[in-house]
Ligand binder design. Sequence first.
Ligand code: BG6
Length: 518
Amino acid sequence: MPSNEPHITPHAAPAAPQSERIPDPCIVVIFGASGDLTKRKLLPALYHLEQGGLLPERITIVGVARRPLEESFAEDMRDGIIAGGGVDVEDPKLAPFVGKIQYHAMNFDDAAGYDALNRKLAAIDQANGTCGNRLFYLATAPEYFSDIINFLGEHNMAKPPVETQPDGCKTWVRVIIEKPFGHDLDSARALNDEVNKVFDEDQIFRIDHYLGKETVQNILVFRFANGIFENVWNRNYIDHVEITAAESIGIEGRGPFYETAGALRDVVQNHVMELLSFVAMEPPVSFEASAVRAEKVKVWKAINPIHPADAVRGQYGPGLVDKKPVVGYRQEDRVHPRSQTETYVALRLEVENWRWAGVPFYIRAGKRLARRVTEITIQFKQPPLLLFKEGKGPLGIHPNVISMRIQPDEGISLRFGAKVPGPNMEISPVTMDFSYAEAFGKSSANGYERLLLDAMLGDGTLFAHRDGVETTWGLITPLLQAWAKDPVKDFPNYPAGTWGPPAGDALLESEGRKWRKL
Ligand code: BG6
């Protein structure tokens, strides 16, 4: 029977052979280790690397936070690793790995704590042969970033304690800084200045975990390693681009953070802008960090200033998510009862360059939407359809669409029109699908694996650079300022569990378009 949805089954491909690159022995020091990120993402990611044989034998992980967790920390991380998935409790590598986890309690603004930490790291170098190499990970609340950076500088911890490792190679100290990197252009610049006083740019790794996702890196492979897409990847053939980063979760107890962030700062300035740059950039001359960054920055710099009329804010009220009642944003813990923070944002952007001028990029991101889905949709222009005017068929003739599903159900699909079998020239939309899970097997990687490994190897290609961070803040800061002066009167304006406020749909409808149904 002919199927409406022809399916391309990729040849059963084995998972790609793992990288041969093993980092130098080192200590990974995580500041803010009692927080959720360390347990839910960082330790599971480090363990996935260990499972893949990608970590050095001589590695120690030191969690740093205020609370006295010396007794429980390593075991707690073990639970996190197991909960992260893809790990058997009996896995023989697990206990030795947990044995490499240590803890150090200190206040981030206490000079004596850094002295003690420094002594501890030196003792670990002696005992475990970690050679003076350090990867500091700032996973604290952002208000501590500059204190930690400055204290590391003042305590001579930003430079390796010895110049060379026993094998003669140079020792290194690097720092990963979590997002949010600043809260507007001025604060991002100020933070960059502070960090650059203490660390050289090649020691700094500003992380955006979206860049660690396979599906995000695959955008570049899809575009540049295949001959058939790049020729049509421009304003002559593309009608518009949609980027949706929808979450069904709310703010998960992070009221104080989210109140100062909102969807534009939390997700659009970083994750969505990264996705947009991968979709829109010119091919870099190589995958070297500087070549990729240069192309990304060109895209962001070509974006026209965002007019407030092209931006929609939303905030969720009470509603149903997965058929269960949930509270509205203003009723969440530690959220102001008349909060003006947006939990949804939709924007219309234009990238004013030779490839893209005139092609609208519609972006939306939000919490408590109908489902969790991050997807990029490339909708192509309709060809002249006179030939088929009699044969539209019940489903009509739809434009071609390439949709890249970043998560979940990772994959790519191409929609095209096919002749419905029968005596008439009827056309129906059908899709060709590529699914990561079917082609390569299921993966429990969370995006942090690749980035942690790259930072240990000193490869900054998938990290944000000073220029990039300031350019994306530069794009959204005028909008943040305009919004701050113009409070919204109709918040909450969408019930939890829906696709956002009607104005988000109207943004496309006013131009005769519609968000793709996800
Ligand atoms: C984080 C945001 O950067 O990304 C969170 O702070 C958001 O609010 C998260 O939930 C989304 O990440 P992912 O990988 O689940 O899409």
